[in-house]
Design a protein around this ligand. Structure first.
Ligand SMILES: NC(=O)c1ccc[n+]([C@@H]2O[C@H](COP(=O)([O-])OP(=O)(O)OC[C@H]3O[C@@H](n4cnc5c(N)ncnc54)[C@H](OP(=O)(O)O)[C@@H]3O)[C@@H](O)[C@H]2O)c1
Length: 344
């Protein structure tokens, strides 16, 4: 298996050479990564309710993916159940991504929505050495996301919408060193330079476990990877905007809130369906939308200032959620990890 873990930093946005057809076909296509559980599952459910085209629920585990698909069908929420599909996709596996690219190209000729949701996070208190956490987290959350984009962007049709699931942890206020922040915010930062910087962080944490903090990076592998995702989003939108013709392709990054999923050990104060609202809003942005384009968007759909000295405080949107017993969740569905809070 051609795992990205053994790959050298050769990823480049320059790879795509052809643009997908500019005519919007009648059958649009949406793709969600890491959708067998958690927020990805919630987003697919929302698409089932709101989107008329084909929806690809993808997962790295075939069995879990097929089960999640069945759960959605049983929930009877799909406007077009026959258009809900599963495809195996481990984003770390280059062969999977390539295979998926060819499948989409052959079956549909292009895609209209790409939601990069799949990610990992080590639990607080994890005993895995920090350098290993940084390596694995950056490889999944940043490098594999880059590769997904590099492979699938050539299929992205006119008015294509890309949503990168980021996090409040990726807000640039998390960087304590002014010079580092300046370097990351430079207009001339390219995907290649950013990827080099991500490899640089991996290397320095191997040399000394706290070297990254001295450089101004947050002391969290997850936060570093999501800072990368946010910066990448800006870079890709600039690239989209420089395309010839009227492609109107839009990419945004979103913080979905503190969500009750496996990643948060189900401690989040918002359920997966509520948290899916902002990613869905971005995925379904109308043609020629003026903003957000290449922005960092908060869970209440507001645009966040990159340069703000601090990240926003939790928005009002949480207040209507009944958090009487924050640790009480029930397994509503049979798929492991697909849980939701029981509302009265
Ligand atoms: N939960 C929160 O409070 C929160 C807050 C801010 C941002 N986010 C972001 O929201 C997104 C979804 O998070 P979540 O809370 O729903 O997490 P989750 O419940 O842990 O789900 C993560 C999903 O990603 C999949 N995944 C991990 N590595 C993969 C790989 N190599 N290839 C394909 N799929 C892979 C997992 O598959 P398996 O089931 O096979 O492991 C799972 O389906 C992430 O990008 C996360 O960073 C979450």
């Amino acid at each position: 298996m051609a795992e990205i873990l053994s790959a050298t930093p050769t990823l480049s946005f320059e790879r795509p050479v052809t643009l997908a057809p500019t005519v919007i076909p009648s059958e649009r296509v949406a793709v969600v990564t890491g959708a067998n559980q958690g927020l990805g599952f919630g987003i697919v459910k929302g698409l089932c309710e709101q989107f008329d085209g084909y929806i690809y629920l993808t997962a790295r585990d075939k069995k879990k993916g097929a089960e999640a698909l069945q759960v959605l069908k049983d929930m009877k929420v799909c406007k077009h159940p026959e258009k809900l599909r599963f495809h195996e996709l481990n984003i770390l596996n280059e062969e999977h991504t390539d295979d998926f690219y060819h499948h989409l190209k052959q079956e549909h000729g292009g895609i209209d929505i790409l939601i990069n949701n799949a990610a990992i996070a080590y639990k607080r208190g994890s005993t895995v050495p920090f350098a290993e956490q940084v390596e694995n987290t950056i490889r999944t959350n940043y490098l594999a996301l880059v590769r997904t984009c590099v492979f699938l962007f050539p299929l992205l049709r006119r008015h294509g919408r890309v949503v990168n699931l980021s996090s409040s942890a990726g807000h640039l206020s998390q960087i304590s060193n002014f010079e580092l922040k300046k370097r990351l915010m430079e207009d001339c930062l390219t995907e290649k330079k950013l990827t080099d910087i991500m490899y640089e962080v991996m290397d320095i944490t191997k040399e000394h476990p706290k070297a990254h903090v001295e450089m101004g990076w947050p002391d969290s592998a997850y936060a570093i990877s999501k800072i990368g995702v946010n910066l990448l989003t800006r870079i890709y939108q600039t690239k989209f905007d420089s395309e010839l013709g009227d492609q109107d392709r839009v990419i945004n990054a979103v913080h979905p809130g503190f969500v009750a999923t496996n990643m948060s050990s189900y401690l989040g104060n918002v359920n997966i369906f509520e948290a899916a609202k902002a990613p869905l809003h971005l995925a379904l942005l109308p043609p020629h939308v003026k903003e957000p384009r290449g922005q960092f968007v908060w869970s209440n759909c507001s645009i966040v200032d990159w340069d703000a000295p601090d990240k926003p405080t939790r928005p009002e949107v949480y207040k209507h959620i009944n958090v009487t017993h924050p640790r009480e969740y029930v397994k509503v569905y049979s798929v492991p990890g697909v849980t939701t809070r029981a509302h009265g």
